[in-house]
Design a protein around this ligand. Structure first.
Ligand SMILES: NC(=O)c1ccc[n+]([C@@H]2O[C@H](COP(=O)([O-])OP(=O)(O)OC[C@H]3O[C@@H](n4cnc5c(N)ncnc54)[C@H](OP(=O)(O)O)[C@@H]3O)[C@@H](O)[C@H]2O)c1
Length: 447
């Protein structure tokens, strides 16, 4: 595990700017100001509603637009498709806010489009156009540019070893996605190390196990058993109905198993249904938690879904679903809790946020948003500890047997469940608060 740290970047002064240059008009005032600044630096740029596909350098202002988070990220992705041209340089601009993650797009495009250069430039404060013009000739890397013209980039720091966990008062934890998948494993380890009360939240209902059916965790076997039981009752459910009922039963089984495991550590555990992508559902669940348990002191956000598809084929609905669960979901929660009571925040991100990953532009953006949101939150909670884990693939959760064998064939090691959970608990409870974003799974850093 290595922390993401900053390092200064020297401007590649004097390098020629590849022309023609286009600037998208998504944020017209910014686009016009950039055009004027570039002209002052001797670079002529054309303002375009959509890239023409003929420019050698394209600056995207979609990330600067005053628009909702998901709309901004979709607009940038959609606009990028018009700009692809061998040898072109695509630069996505965004302001440094908690709800931005276009670096996920630029890093993914680097993996999907070998014939273009991409960069995401995050502008700190009101970085003037002249400063941006000064960086135009530089290479294709993601930069954080300051108004004084200096820039930095994220780089991996030295490997971190586990810290001893100091004793602390037991907290009240909300764990989204915490009843199932790898987040559940991590929640159990945090409970073992810290005690407290754990509210696990997910979309699934705590469905009871079907009567008269032997317990199994194998979906195929369960479908067979449930179909036979239905026939014995004189019913003829469709295969789709059997599958749905079997999945619900397995979800219920997994929820009860996680609750039991947390309770076996001596901690308290409860399950509440909540859909992080639905503000009404979040509002209602948080009201219940406030009334029944008090103020949340620890937030673990593990809810996440994937919808892998290459940028050129990605649909807006897929991107919306991926961002809604993870990124929008985080903000729905943060807007409705007493943030001053938070002592620990652990966000489940992915190595795709740091390195990009083919087919995962939306997922990489959602996770990159978590990194920026985590840094903003750490600044807001100087006495707290905010950690964003950019996980490589685990031996579980979303990584099913097929995916696991695919990773193994490619020589990508999987994070063992017990080890990942220990890393999570130790960093969240005792890690250096200065290291917010952590990349876990070394092979990702070699690729
Ligand atoms: N497994 C890996 O290799 C890996 C690698 C990198 C990052 N991650 C991240 O780790 C987290 C957990 O992944 P996983 O592999 O354990 O995935 P998983 O097995 O698919 O579990 C996803 C969890 O999120 C919950 N969830 C999904 N949508 C939700 C929503 N709208 N509201 C509330 N809960 C929701 C699910 O519960 P319900 O279905 O009951 O809602 C489930 O508990 C994710 O954020 C993922 O991006 C995983």
């Amino acid at each position: 595990m290595r922390p993401a740290r900053w390092e200064a970047v020297a401007p590649a002064a004097g390098l020629p700017v590849s022309t023609p240059v286009e600037i998208t008009l998504a944020e017209p005032a910014a686009a016009k100001a950039l055009q004027a600044s570039f002209a002052g630096a001797g670079v002529s740029a054309i303002l375009v509603p959509t890239p023409s596909g003929t420019a050698q350098t394209v600056l995207f202002t979609e990330g600067l637009a005053v628009a909702p988070m998901t709309a901004r990220h979709w607009a940038a992705l959609a606009a990028s498709r018009h700009a692809r041209k061998p040898g072109a340089k695509l630069i996505f601009l965004q302001r440094l806010t908690a709800d931005t993650g276009l670096e996920g797009l630029s890093r993914t495009l680097r993996r999907e489009w070998a014939d273009v250069m991409t960069a995401c430039w995050t502008l700190l404060d009101d970085t003037p156009g002249e400063v941006i013009a000064g960086w135009l000739g530089s290479g294709s890397e993601d930069l954080w540019i300051s108004p004084d013209g200096t820039a930095r980039r994220a780089a991996l720091g030295p490997f971190i070893s586990p810290h001893a966990i100091p004793p602390a008062a037991p907290g009240l934890w909300l764990v989204t996605g915490g009843a199932r998948g790898v987040t559940a494993t991590c929640a159990v380890e945090v409970a073992r190390q810290s005690g407290g009360t754990f509210i696990l939240a997910g979309r699934s209902a705590e469905t009871a196990w079907p009567e008269g059916v032997a317990e199994t965790t194998e979906i195929k076997a369960l479908r067979g058993l449930m179909a036979s039981a239905a026939v014995q009752r004189g019913e003829k459910p469709s295969p789709a109905a059997i599958d749905k009922a079997a999945r619900a039963a397995l979800a219920g089984l997994e929820i009860r198993a996680t609750l039991a495991e947390i309770r076996s550590t001596g901690a308290q555990a409860h399950y509440l249904q909540m859909d992080t992508s639905d503000p009404g559902s979040v509002e209602a669940t948080l009201a219940t938690i406030r009334q029944r348990f008090g103020a949340i002191t620890g937030l673990i956000h593990g809810a996440g879904v994937i919808a892998d598809r290459l940028v050129e084929e990605k649909t807006e609905a897929e991107l919306r679903r991926v961002l809604a669960t993870k990124a929008e979901g985080l903000f729905h929660i943060l807007a409705r809790i007493d943030r001053t009571a938070l002592r620990h925040v652990g966000l489940f991100s992915s190595a795709s946020a740091f390195f990009g990953n083919r087919g995962q532009s939306d997922y990489a953006m959602a996770n990159a948003i978590l990194a920026n949101a985590g840094r903003a939150l750490q600044a807001e909670l100087p006495g707290g500890r905010v950690k964003v884990f950019d996980w490589g693939p685990w031996e579980g959760g979303m990584v099913d047997a097929t995916l696991a064998s695919h990773f193994k064939q490619q020589g990508v090691p999987l994070i063992p469940l017990a080890e990942g959970a220990l890393i999570f608990a130790h960093e969240l409870l005792a890690g250096d608060p200065a290291d917010v974003e952590l990349v876990v799974g070394t092979v990702w850093s070699d690729t």
